[in-house]
Design a protein around this ligand. Structure first.
Ligand code: FAD
Length: 275
């Protein structure tokens, strides 16, 4: 909650529920090291989460039908309500495109996921079909959203926190990563190396011939620069996606990817029983 008061628009009652359970605590700082803080394009610390959830039943029948049938609804905004500055506030740089400022973009996730960090409720309710729109998460999504990337641990490419012998990290804690796939890939390596550590084995590093290995090393290098602190790293778009394409790492061909993993001798590596 303190982070959102200091670096955001105040507590907006998000899923983290700090008022009930207490603010976020950094395990790495507690263990004695100093965390890295991400920045926004204007140099402010942290970044706003880039989306919220509307109660689908609070939207017009027509929008609900669009979401149920097509999974997406794009509703143009009047020019006076377009705020391109908001694109620079958000975590998800892959969606920091003009179209997301010029329209209300809704995705069907069971709820109606609204692809903007926050949107004043009284303005939202001026949009046709959204007259009764209600935020489900964050409850006060009309005023703000959660602030993230304020306690990234410095780490090596084995996912071990620098300066602490027995602490490993993954996901958003381990870099300015955004996304579930990024959390899974970094977290799997951290877990694997955690088990190796307990067995007294040398940790494993993923090679740069694999997109996962490249992402882990590249994001680490970039964290050492001011510009790198303002960037988010994801397979889903923005800077890292361009790099994947340039390096021929981007592919949706499962066979090709399986072949790559085989060539670096890592097929089934996580199936290996260590403990
Ligand atoms: C609104 C929103 C929409 C998103 N949409 C998408 C999407 O569509 N696709 C996508 O790929 N990604 C999306 N993301 C991003 C994605 O959710 C995150 O990048 C991902 O969940 C990060 O995983 P993580 O494990 O690093 O962190 P988290 O999922 O945040 O998990 C960290 C966990 O650690 C716990 N924790 C923190 N501190 C402590 C402590 N001191 N002690 C014990 N526990 C602690 C937290 O309570 C939390 O459960 C979205 C994020 C948000 C906020």
């Amino acid at each position: 909650m303190g982070n959102c008061l200091s670096y955001g628009n105040g507590c907006c009652m998000c899923i983290l529920r700090c008022p009930a359970f207490g603010p976020r605590v950094s395990v790495s700082q507690k263990a004695g090291v100093t965390d890295i803080m991400g920045k926004r394009k204007d140099g402010a610390w942290g970044a706003f989460s880039g989306s919220g959830k509307l109660e689908k039943g609070s939207l017009s029948e027509e929008i609900q039908q669009l979401l149920n049938e097509k999974g997406v609804a794009v509703i143009p905004l009047p020019a006076k309500d377009v705020s391109k500055e908001k694109l620079n506030l958000k975590v998800c740089q892959q969606y920091a495109l003009d179209e997301y400022a010029e329209n209300i973009v809704l995705l069907d996730t069971g709820y109606a996921k609204i692809m903007t960090p926050f949107f004043p409720l009284e303005k939202l309710r001026e949009v046709p079909g959204l007259e009764n729109a209600r935020y489900a998460d964050p409850y006060a999504g009309g005023k703000g959203n959660s602030i993230r990337y304020l306690s990234v641990a410095e780490r090596d490419d084995y996912m071990k926190v620098s300066g602490i012998e027995n602490l490993l990290c993954g996901g958003e804690k381990s870099g300015l990563f955004v996304g579930h796939t990024e959390a899974i890939t970094t977290g799997s390596l951290a877990g694997y190396n955690g088990a190796r550590y307990l067995k007294g084995l040398k940790p494993m590093e993923l090679p740069r011939q694999l997109a996962t290995g490249d992402l882990i090393s590249y994001a680490n290098e970039r964290l050492k620069t001011q510009e790198g602190l303002m960037t988010r790293y994801t397979f889903a778009g923005a800077e890292y996606f361009e790099r994947m394409k340039e390096r021929n790492l981007y592919s949706t061909d499962a066979e090709e990817i399986t072949g790559r993993v085989e060539r670096v001798g890592l097929t089934g590596i996580y199936n290996e029983k260590i403990i």
